[in-house]
Each structure stands twice: as C-alpha cells, then as structure tokens.
Design a protein around this ligand. Structure first.
Ligand code: SAH
Length: 381
C-alpha cells in the first residue's frame, strides 16, 4: 500500500515535470507551426502546399485568426480548417499605458496562466519586449519575475503569439519593429520553443522579421549559448553579467555557480558575432554592491578582447528587492571609468516604471508554482 502510494506520487511528480518541460506543439494548433510544419500538416491531408502559405500569410501578415475571414480559401477548406485546427492566440486581459508612452499588456494563455509583454516606443525604434516563460527559474536577487519561480515554459506559438497580438493591437502589422526577449523568463532555458518562434517570426511569408531586429537576453546558460552560435537565424546577443567577479555575481545570479564569469566570457569570445556587431553586456547597478570605480576597472579588464558594449541598468527598485539604486553621479562615474578604458557604454533609460513595466518588474501575482514545479526549478540549478 505504502509502496503504491509512493509510486503514484512519483508518477504524479514526473507528470508535472513533463508539463513544465513540455513545449511540444499540439498537433492541432496552427500557431505552433512554422511554415514548413504547416505545409507538412496540409500535405498530410492531401491539401495543396500553397494553401499553407496563404493561411500563414493571413495569420502573420494580416493578423487574421478567424478562418472564415480568410476569403481566398475555398469554403470546404475553411470548414476543414475549422474542424481540424485551432489558432491559439493569447488574449489581452488588460493594457496599461505609462506616462512615457510605454504600454504593458497582460495576456491570458489557453490554460488561464498570465504573462506580460511590453511595447516600448521610440528607443529610437519601436520595440516589443516579449516573455519566454511564465515566471523564471533563475531567481536573480534583484528581479521580481525571479521571485515567482518557474511556472512553465511558453510554447513557440505563445512566444510568437505575443508579437502577433501586440503588432495587431498597436497597428504595427506593416511597420518595422524590434523584439527584445527580455520579458518574463530565461530564453535559453526554453531553447527549442524560442528557436521555433524565431522561425515563425522571420519567415518571409509572415512577419519577415530580420533576426538582426531580435535581441536575446540571457544569464548565459553555456550549452545553449554554444548551440545558439550555430543557428542560421541568429538573434543579437545580450548577456546579463551584472558583476565582474564570481564572488559578486554568484550572490546575484545563482546560475553563476554552474557557469562562472570566466566561462561565460570565454564563450562570448568564441561566439560568432557579425561584422560591426557587438555583444551587449547588461549590468544592473546596485548601490554599494557592484557600482564602485574598482568594479568598473575590473569590468573593463574582463571585457578586453571581447566585441562588447556595456548597457548599465540602474536598478528598478521594488518592495521585496533588498537593493538600492545608485545615484546618477555614481552611475556616471562608472560609465566614465569604462569609457576611459575604451569600452563602449550606454545607460538604459528606465521606461514604464510607473506601471511596473520596467526591467525586472514583470510579475503576475497569484501564479505560484506547485511544490513539484518548485522542485523541478531547483533541480535545474
Ligand atoms: N532572463 C533573461 C531575460 C530577462 S531580461 C536575462 O536575465 O537576461 C531583463 C533584464 O533586466 C536582465 O538583464 C535583468 O538582469 C534585468 N533586470 C532584472 N531585474 C531588474 C531590476 N529590478 N532593475 C533593473 N534591471 C533588472
């Protein structure tokens, strides 16, 4: 009896882990498929290939998800599509606009979970900040999303779907925009779904987004980073570094214990950066923790020989975050120290702080992971 009980518990546990890891598209949701997948699904049903392209263009070029509005498809195909497929689309639960024009979207997913996506205008381009997970397993000491823990991975359709929903809601279907994978979650902890979303978003029959308009921000999960360097659709890379030494970074970014500063920098040196491009190193500035002139000197030395630019992010403080934002003078002094040593440096202007849409402030309350999900999160580190 006892043994059975334990077994049932273990099975339940494995089931939950699978649910956390599971990013596999359901066969019936068109939003999970890239064009090649869509063509395959159509071919398997004996439908013509070019029909798949038409449907793909409706969804991504025109933002149409109602099959009955796809007027150039034959009626019987529309009927078949309606019965055999869905087009999963995140629903806008609320929109909040900041005084500076930044807009935060709260989106509801098919299973009732919530994520946030942010529109940041004029930076100088238009930028969508997109989430890759519900919550995050990385637990960085200064980040609110990290406090949620990982609830689950987003699917490729949910990642690309955020772009679709924002582009449509904001009237950007035929205007250029950039994407930063800097919302909730760690993109390299959900690698396959992120790359499938890249294929969907960059396809010339859909949004036709250039990979150069996408920036992937990561704490530096090394095996995934190496893999990223071999991808055909390679986004720009941003590394959340935050400190020049293992002692400091380890206290802020727990995964540093697994992939330390020297290893991350070595991987960046090997990374195939395009001509004239650089890797961005994000550096959250925390008063009295990593903001001294000595830290800046160490950082400059560390980045010697790396095609780097540093983006300083003065902390966006929040209740429950045990750090303070340094004064503007301290930030300037740090930036100057780097610049004097030949490091390209910029200071990120905080946007949307009044609606809690700024870096590290995305959190959706009331979505605590279950104990098994928490265990799965811890096992990763
Ligand atoms: N997990 C990825 C993507 C998140 S991007 C990553 O860590 O890179 C969000 C960026 O905002 C990261 O550089 C993150 O470190 C930073 N950030 C997190 N909390 C912040 C806060 N409270 N203030 C300022 N920046 C923060």
């Amino acid at each position: 009896m006892v043994r059975l009980d334990r077994r049932a518990k273990i099975e339940k546990f494995l089931e939950v882990i699978q649910a956390v890891k599971d990013t596999a598209p359901t066969s019936t949701d068109l939003a999970e498929l890239d064009l090649a997948g869509l063509e395959e699904a159509f071919a398997a049903r004996g439908w013509e290939r070019f029909r798949a392209r038409q449907v793909f263009a409706w969804i991504y070029r025109r933002g149409v998800t109602d099959v009955d509005a796809m007027t150039d498809l034959p009626r019987d195909l529309r009927t078949a599509l309606n019965t055999e497929f869905t087009i999963g689309t995140p629903q806008v639960a609320s929109r909040e606009q900041s005084a500076d024009g930044t807009e935060k979207f709260l989106l509801t997913l098919a299973d009732g979970r919530h994520i946030e996506s942010v529109f940041i205008p004029d930076t100088p381009s238009m930028t969508f900040c997109i989430s890759t997970q519900v919550g995050c397993a990385m637990a960085c000491a200064f980040c609110l999303t990290g406090k949620m823990g990982l609830v689950r991975n987003l699917t490729a359709g949910e990642i690309a779907g955020q772009v679709r929903v924002l582009a449509r809601s904001l009237g950007f279907l035929d205007r250029p925009f950039n994407i930063v994978l800097m919302g909730m979650g760690e993109p390299l902890h959900n690698y396959d779904a992120v790359m499938q979303a890249m294929r969907i978003l960059c396809d010339e029959h859909g949004f036709h987004l250039s990979p150069r308009r996408v920036t992937l921000s990561t704490v530096g999960i090394l095996p995934a980073l190496e893999k990223l360097g071999r991808e055909e659709l390679m986004p720009n890379l941003a590394i959340s570094l935050h400190a020049p030494t293992d002692a400091q970074r380890g206290a802020l970014v727990p995964i540093n214990k697994k992939y330390g500063v020297a290893e991350v920098i070595a991987a960046c040196k090997r990374f195939p950066v395009r001509k004239r491009d650089r890797i961005t190193f994000e550096y959250v500035m925390l008063a009295g923790v990593n903001d001294s002139v000595d830290d800046a000197r160490k950082l400059a030395r560390l980045l010697d020989g790396v095609k780097a630019k540093v983006n300083l992010i003065p902390l966006n403080a929040a209740a429950g975050i045990p750090f303070e934002r340094p004064s503007d003078d301290v930030v300037d002094r740090f930036a100057r120290t780097l610049a004097e040593r030949g490091v390209t440096v910029s200071v990120r202007k905080s946007r949307g702080r009044d609606i809690r849409a700024a870096c590290g402030q995305l959190i959706v309350e009331g979505q605590r992971p279950s104990p098994a999900q928490r265990l799965a999160t811890l096992a990763f580190r």
